[in-house]
Design a protein around this ligand. Structure first.
Ligand code: 13P
Ligand code: SF4
Length: 305
């Protein structure tokens, strides 16, 4: 047995012994996705975390995702294998900045993307993910809505409602830097491919897309579609499950630069050490947790398509 296989076996045995569940985001490296108990987008993983009866949740993803798991499961030990795996977008908004933004729009409900800190969620009325943002904003039934922290997701939602959306000027650098030129180039190379884009991409890119979906939404679309070729405008980690689930179809990256370094920090070594030591633990201070939970629970109540 090679070293990698030995580590995989040890991780699986330890997880079983400790009644731990391993969750992995769709952008994680292939080895991690392949051994995880569950993979998915942010929404699917939060729902799974809230339902699990495992004692330990090991979250292979970035910090806000592990925090979200801890918000919904305060009695469980939530572990993130790499403590400093963060999200540049989540770091673009602090709770204090949100309080000041709210003061500029008094009484306007705040819809916050899950890519945010627990403190920011605690200052929000309801959370959303890329899979349900339009439904959540419509669900507020408010003529005016504040959306944080992603300006691109907000612009996407704005196009699909007649509500006024005030957005924070945050963004995901990996998606935001995707240019129309790069996308047109990929489309020229693969003229018969479907362009699937994530709503964190700039509006100009989304205008060219045939479908706009969350990461799991793209997996579902590719599986159900009769098309054989797809250009994928999101973080390149998603190509692994797309190819694995659809061996008869072809997937092309919109740009090789769409790589989130934080999502790649977790390797087998880090996961094994985290399971052995049961750390680093992510826990949210109770006061903040209770407020953030309300925003997350409201989101869970919104009917999904
Ligand atoms: P989803 O998997 O929810 O589409 O989110 C993408 C993302 O950027 C996670 O960091
Ligand atoms: Fe954050 Fe973007 Fe990385 Fe997702 S891909 S974790 S939004 S920086």
């Amino acid at each position: 047995m090679d070293n990698k296989q030995a580590m995989i076996e040890e991780i699986k045995a330890l997880a079983k012994e400790k009644n731990a569940i391993i969750l992995a985001h769709n952008y994680q490296i292939p080895e991690i996705q392949d051994l995880a108990d569950l993979t998915g987008d942010s929404l699917a993983l939060s729902i799974q975390a809230s339902k699990t009866d495992a004692d330990i949740i090991v979250f292979c993803g970035v910090h806000f995702m592990a925090e979200a798991a801890s918000i919904v499961c305060p009695d469980k030990k939530v572990i993130i294998p790499v403590k400093d795996a963060g999200c540049a977008m989540a770091d673009m908004l602090t709770a204090q900045q949100l309080r000041e933004f709210k003061a500029q729009h008094p009484g306007v409900p705040v819809v916050t993307y899950v890519n945010s800190s627990a403190e920011v969620k605690a200052e929000s009325d309801i959370c959303c993910t890329s899979a349900n943002a339009i439904q959540v904003v419509k669900w507020t039934k408010s003529q005016e809505v504040i959306m944080t922290p992603d300006r691109n997701l907000a612009a996407w939602v704005r196009r699909h409602t007649d509500q006024t959306v005030y957005s924070w000027n945050g963004y995901c650098p990996i998606h935001d830097e995707l240019t129309v030129e790069a996308v047109r180039e990929a489309m020229k190379k693969h003229p018969d491919a479907i362009l699937m884009a994530h709503p964190e991409c700039p509006e100009t890119v989304l205008e060219l897309a045939h479908v706009v979906r969350s990461t799991s939404g793209m997996l579902k679309y590719a599986k159900e579609s009769d098309a054989k070729k797809f250009i994928v405008a999101t973080e390149i980690g998603l190509l692994h499950p797309l190819k694995k689930e659809n061996p008869d179809k072809e997937f092309f990256e919109a740009s090789p630069d769409m790589l989130c370094a934080d999502m790649k920090k977790t390797g087998l070594k880090e996961l094994l050490a985290a399971l052995k030591n049961e750390e680093p633990v992510v826990r949210v201070e109770e006061d903040v947790r209770k407020k953030a939970l309300k925003a997350v629970e409201r989101m869970m109540e919104v009917p999904r398509d």
